[in-house]
Design a protein around this ligand. Structure first.
Ligand code: HEC
Length: 166
């Protein structure tokens, strides 16, 4: 083998070994029962089961990590999805959101599953059991709809809807 090829390979392997030392912090925190969605809303077992199985890995404070999360840069990529996902929607913090945001997120959940954008495509490649069946989509949509209807009876309409804001 040519000397420069050997050097390139050695540098590559060393870099790969080096980045293994940079492990992102795990998304695993003790549950705070006061903030999770069930503290503020009734979550029927059927809906809870679906979100737990298909959404919680990126939208809660606890991720079930696959073994390859220990391998970088794969773990970094997962971490990125989890951080972004939680930032948009965190079922473990949901009860502490302001009502307008809760209302908006119930609508956003309906939109995302209707478009088929959630769970993320790359996640479904590995987690086939997280793919939503038509039944599961209907369960979630009906639940979100019911939650929004119930919010409308508790809050004045203009406090929940505000155009041009996410
Ligand atoms: C693999 C990680 C992952 C999984 C699993 C996942 N999401 Fe997401 N989700 C994200 C990321 C990342 C974003 C932010 C970027 C984007 O919108 O694509 C997001 C954004 C969202 C948003 C957008 C919020 C807004 O206000 O626009 C909603 C709603 C949502 N997800 C719902 C769900 C639901 C419901 C499920 C389960 C059926 C789910 N997600 C499963 C990663 C995930």
């Amino acid at each position: 083998m040519k000397r420069w090829i050997k050097i390139v390979i050695i540098v590559f392997i060393a870099a790969l070994a080096g980045i293994q030392l940079v492990q992102p912090a795990r998304n695993m925190s003790p549950q705070s029962s006061r903030k999770e969605i069930s503290a503020g809303f009734s979550v029927p077992a059927s809906a809870q089961q679906v979100i737990q199985q298909s959404c919680y890995d990126c939208h809660s404070n606890n991720t079930r990590y696959p073994w390859y999360a220990n391998i970088q840069p794969v773990g970094w990529l997962l971490n990125h999805h989890i951080t972004d996902g939680k930032h948009e929607l965190n079922f473990d913090e949901f009860a502490s959101y302001p009502p307008r945001k809760q209302y908006r997120k119930f609508k956003a959940i309906e939109n995302e599953i209707q478009k088929g954008d959630m769970p993320l495509e790359s996640y479904l490649l590995i987690h086939r059991d997280a793919k939503l069946s038509e039944d599961q989509k209907n369960i979630l949509a009906a639940w979100c709809e019911a939650m929004r209807d119930s919010m409308k009876t508790h809050f004045p309409a203009d406090s929940l809807e505000r155009p041009h804001r996410r």
